[in-house]
Design a protein around this ligand. Structure first.
Ligand code: 13P
Length: 288
């Protein structure tokens, strides 16, 4: 199956009261692990690519080539969207050009008028090409690609202004942060989430910073209108722990254990297990 926009899968998730996972990719092992797990789980999936990861993987065109190649060679038939994560305006243009099927423009650090103006322009461009577009209001906390956000709660009125531009999905800050949550984290602001959904009607909402949010909060967020949940750090942690174990057990020193196909296998399996667990929690299994 060819790459698809995230629109249909999110509308179905919204109507069916579950969420589709966005799993960020970093290399070939990540991509293959996520695609094969989605296929095994018969689940729709969104592959997220940050600008930093895009650069690391030798550019957006390389990413598009790799993902399209895998869809064909691995016989992936579940719906897959290739999505720019936290894109700048320039990054969004580059990904539209390179063949991504979904774009996030993160204008949350601009004054609202500028966020609106740039998002409006991208609504027009993505619509022309049949791509989905995610916008953001209220910055997500934590660090991503060197940018540290404070984890604000979005203003529901501003969310309405952005939603009304015709974006496909909206990320609203509700006290969530990227990376591990600190001990003293106050939790998600369900009050903000409910107010944002009330103002934005049927708009599918996006929850960033999916790593480490307790299961009951994930379920409540889905109940209140979240249809897409982003996970990145948790796959990195599982990959690192499994790779560490392999090396600490001295397996790379046994036989041909140094072969990258062997050395990276436990990390690859660990990503698959994490993705499976999240798909089960989000309720997207069997929804392809
Ligand atoms: P985590 O790294 O906290 O899982 O967040 C991922 C994310 O929100 C990507 O946009």
């Amino acid at each position: 199956m060819k790459l698809v926009s995230a629109k249909d899968m999110l509308e179905k998730a919204k109507a069916g009261h579950y969420a589709v996972g966005q799993f960020n990719i970093n290399n070939l092992e990540w991509t293959k692990a996520i695609l094969l797990t989605a296929q095994e789980m018969n689940s729709p999936v969104i592959l997220g690519v940050s600008e930093g990861a895009g650069k690391y993987m030798a550019g957006y065109k390389t990413v598009v080539g790799m993902v399209n190649g895998m869809l064909e060679c691995l016989n992936i038939t579940v719906p897959v969207a290739l999505h720019l994560d936290h894109g700048s305006y320039e990054g969004a243009l580059a990904c539209i050009e390179a063949g991504f099927s979904s774009i996030m423009f993160d204008g949350s650090h601009y004054p609202i008028a500028e966020n609106i103006e740039k998002t409006k322009e991208l609504v027009r461009m993505t619509r022309e090409k049949g791509l989905s577009l995610e916008a953001e209001v209220g910055s997500i906390g934590g660090e991503e690609d060197g940018v540290v956000g404070m984890g604000e709660c979005a203003d529901p009125e501003e969310c309405k202004m952005i939603a009304d531009l015709g974006v496909t999905m909206l990320a609203a800050g509700i006290g969530n942060i990227h990376g591990k949550y600190p001990e003293n984290w106050a939790g998600l602001s369900f009050e903000t989430l409910a107010a944002v959904q009330e103002k934005t009607g049927k708009m599918p909402l996006v929850l960033h910073g999916g790593t480490g949010i307790p299961e009951d909060m994930i379920k409540k967020a889905i109940d209140l209108g979240v249809s897409k949940i982003n996970v990145n750090t948790e796959c990195q942690l599982s990959f690192a722990a499994a790779t560490r174990k392999y090396i600490e057990e001295g397996k790379d020193l046994q036989g041909k254990g140094f072969d990258p196909r062997k050395l990276l296998a436990p990390g690859y399996e660990a990503i698959k297990a994490t993705v499976k667990e999240k798909m089960e929690l989000f309720g997207s299994v069997g929804k392809a």
